[in-house]
Write a protein that binds this ligand. Structure first.
Ligand code: F6P
Length: 771
């Protein structure tokens, strides 16, 4: 269909150009013919005038004679020759008194001109048409000395030749017009075909071949539009990269008959690390000590990054370098800031980095979370970039890099740098130890180049990241955005086929690694009767007995779309009052970054919203929203996820959002607690309502996908989720669970470590590197 339409384009273009050219030619020819006609007529008039002028004195003399002598007196002067038909002398009443031989037959045509000339005493000329063609009549009054009209002298010309000239001119015009039109039609259609149709046709053919596997064929040459040529190069490269990855994934799936487990990762890591130490560097520490009533208490921070990486280090052992942010962190670590973790069952070392208050303010709250965070999340929050924050960011990054180098000493190591707080660390490490294997994983989205370019320190950040051997994102889209950003802002050589950037001779590969979770049972959460009892206690404690539960688990952050979620719940209860009293939504919200006014205000705003909605819809024994602000441990989160037949993840923009995967993982494990008569929690059912703007939506398409900004659609999704029948819930949930179990956090780490092993020092390795 498309090609049929496009094939007629050159013809249509040609017809348009030819029609315009033809019209212009016809107009020019017509002008020319009309001009020639005018000139011919003027010439004829001039000649008739001259003849009449010359004959006038003789005519006057003859008119003074008696009428019967006039003809003899003029006899030899009235005959014509060639185009001059002859003369006539008429009386003032129009009668012919004397005339040349052929003149009388034209009498009817002369009459009007003669009478006019006699009456007005003015010369009169006319072109009249008869059966034989045009005749030109000039009637000149003959005046006596007193100025009275004595008669009229007529000069008659045959003007047929003007007619012939007109016909010839018109014919010439038609031939020209037809010639020009035809030529233009041929040339412009041919031109359009050669310049657009043929290259596009070739592009279409090439795309078809690309689709069916000829991935290594270069795009056709000669595309008229340069940008289109560039884009097709990129398209081909992305396609080749995707194909290659697909093949490797397929091979990898075929190879892996067993699921990825802690043990399997450990064995794989031994290979991938080649005897080197694994070092993770992040801002957030996996275990934090806070003072509670004067005594240090262990806290596990609410962080997707910690959820993902703690199991990896537990499996592989090694070192985790992170900011010691807890107020009891110093007293629980040794003199060099190290502590074996998890404290109850040590598997690896946590090295805490100490930052001054100014450093923490500028680096963490300022540049990282008021600058880069809103820059990378498209949530209409304006980023703030202060030079002083940037200075602290550089200084803090240097501290993390120094801590890593200090810990590894002269040894070799594989370093996995985590996230946007530490963008400069890869470059800093490589500057001092080019032999280290360094990867960075960016846990948040990477925006498009246009959005990123507003950052005043964009070049420094890109240089820092490009120091890594491997740069990971959750989604291919983020990889594309990143490479495009590098392309536009840094003098690096890009290899779109391998998805790699070369800066000053160092190659960084860019790959997607969608992050995931471990199973809940590995986290030591309750099971069986213990879980049933825990769920019953939670229900009782929060007044949730006998109702169906929905749950949301988030850091309190404007990117998480909690306000949009509350708004949709409000609308849901407005539109469906029949659900009042039988469905309650529990929101677990961990306060976060509260030194930043926007975050502090958000906690208050959300509390006020929840209060207002509760006030509007509540009954004596029921309220729609239970908003629990605080840090909730894994057991509590799991308890709620097991109890809830519905979970809402409504991020406005998110790299992945592991809460979605945690809920899916929670719905398949043992333990029966289907209280409240919902009957779905007990048997692997449950509904996930998931924002289309969270990376997880790519991995979990069976969720009920919503646009959190669309309150009506969102409220309808909640209704759909609350009313969905058990079979449909289980059908969807089973598919999601199988995927999350297969692609768990161990597989993510194995993929990343494998790719890092291949990436380092082997710039010619093909795409992939999956185990
Ligand atoms: O997932 C993105 C992320 O910023 C992680 O880097 C971080 O651990 C988590 O969110 C929580 O944020 P914060 O560490 O600032 O509390």
């Amino acid at each position: 269909m498309i090609s049929r339409v496009s094939r007629s384009v050159p013809v249509r273009f040609g017809v348009l150009i030819a029609a315009l050219g033809g019209l212009a030619t016809a107009a020019i020819c017509w002008q020319q013919v009309a001009g020639e006609q005018r000139a011919g007529l003027e010439d004829l008039e001039r000649r008739a005038n001259l003849l009449a002028y010359r004959l006038s004195p003789a005519t006057l003399r003859a008119l003074r004679l008696p009428e019967e002598q006039i003809a003899p007196a003029m006899a030899d002067r009235l005959e014509g020759h060639s185009r001059l038909l002859g003369f006539a002398v008429c009386a003032v009443d129009g009668r012919i008194l004397a005339a040349g031989a052929g003149v009388p037959e034209f009498e009817p045509r002369m009459q009007e001109a003669v009478m006019q000339a006699a009456q007005t005493a003015q010369e009169n000329a006319a072109l009249s048409r008869g059966p034989a063609g045009y005749t030109h009549v000039l009637a000149r009054p003959v005046l006596d000395d007193q100025g009275s009209v004595r008669g009229v002298l007529v000069v008659l010309h045959d003007a047929v030749y003007l007619d012939d000239r007109l016909t010839r001119g018109m014919l010439r015009g038609v031939i020209w017009t037809a010639g020009v039109t035809l030529t233009l039609l041929l040339f412009s259609s041919g031109f359009a075909w050669a310049l657009f149709e043929r290259p596009l046709h070739r592009l279409e053919e090439w795309m078809r071949r690309l689709r069916f596997g000829a991935a290594h064929e270069a795009p056709p040459r000669g595309l008229a539009v340069g940008r289109l040529a560039d884009e097709s190069e990129h398209l081909a490269a992305s396609f080749r990269a995707a194909r290659s990855r697909e093949r490797e994934e397929a091979e990898s799936v075929m190879r892996s008959e067993r699921a990825w487990t802690r043990e399997r990762l450990r064995a794989h890591a031994v290979d991938a690390l080649g005897g080197q130490q694994l070092v993770v560097v992040s801002n957030r520490e996996p275990y934090m000590h806070q003072l509670r009533e004067g005594r240090p208490q262990l806290v596990t921070p609410a962080s997707g990054l910690v959820t993902a990486l703690d199991p990896v280090l537990r499996a592989c052992g090694g070192l985790w370098v992170a900011h010691g942010a807890g107020d009891a962190d110093r007293q629980t670590a040794n003199a060099s800031g190290c502590i074996a973790v998890p404290p109850a069952d040590p598997r690896y070392t946590l090295r805490r980095v100490w930052l001054t208050r100014e450093e923490e303010q500028g680096y963490y709250y300022g540049f990282s979370n008021e600058g880069l965070w809103p820059l990378c999340h498209l949530t209409h929050e304006r980023p703030v970039f202060r030079a002083s924050d940037w200075d602290q960011y550089v200084r803090a990054n240097r501290r993390f890099a120094d801590a890593v180098l200090e810990e590894i000493g002269g040894e070799n190591a594989v370093v996995m740098v985590q996230d946007y707080q530490l963008a400069l660390v890869p470059g800093m490490l490589k500057e001092r130890r080019p032999d280290l294997r360094v990867g960075i994983f960016w846990h948040i989205p990477w925006p498009n180049a246009e959005a990123f370019r507003i950052c005043p320190y964009r070049v420094e950040i890109l240089h820092g990241m490009l120091g890594a051997d491997l740069i990971g994102f959750h989604l291919q889209q983020h990889c594309n955005n990143f490479l495009d950003t590098v392309d536009r802002m840094v003098e690096a050589r890009l290899d779109w086929d391998r998805f790699a950037a070369d800066l000053k001779g160092h190659t960084a590969l860019v790959r997607p690694f969608p992050i995931s979770v471990q199973s809940w049972s590995e986290k030591g959460v309750a099971a069986g009767d213990e879980l049933t009892g825990q769920v019953a206690r939670l229900r009782q404690q929060h007044g949730l007995e006998g109702v169906r539960i929905g749950v949301g688990v988030d850091r309190i952050d404007y990117t998480k779309g909690i306000a949009e979620r509350f708004r949709a719940l409000d609308r849901f209860f407005e539109k469906h009052p029949e659900h009042r009293g039988n469905f309650t939504f529990v929101q677990l919200g961990a306060p976060s970054r509260t030194h930043i006014p926007r975050y502090r205000d958000l906690v208050n705003e959300l509390e006020a919203m929840a209060d207002a909605i509760n006030w509007k819809h509540r009954t004596e024994s029921w309220k729609p929203i239970v908003f629990l602000v605080g840090h909730h441990d894994a057991r509590t989160v799991y308890g709620f996820m097991r109890a809830a037949s519905l979970c809402i993840v409504s991020s406005l923009h998110d790299g992945m959002n592991l809460v979605a995967k945690e809920y899916v993982a929670a719905r398949g494990e043992g333990g029966v607690e289907g209280e409240g008569g919902d009957g779905t929690s007990a048997d692997g059912a449950g509904v996930l309502i998931l924002s289309e703007f969270a990376g997880a939506a790519r991995d979990l398409p069976e969720a009920v996908i919503v646009n959190p900004y669309d309150t009506e659609e969102f409220a309808e999704a909640i209704r759909q989720g609350v009313e969905m029948d058990g079979r449909e819930q289980r059908r969807r949930m089973t598919r999601m669970r199988v995927r999350v179990e297969e692609n768990n956090i161990y597989r993510w780490a194995a993929d990343f470590l494998g790719a890092l092993a291949h990436a380092h020092g082997k710039p010619d390795q093909p795409v992939g590197g999956r185990p």
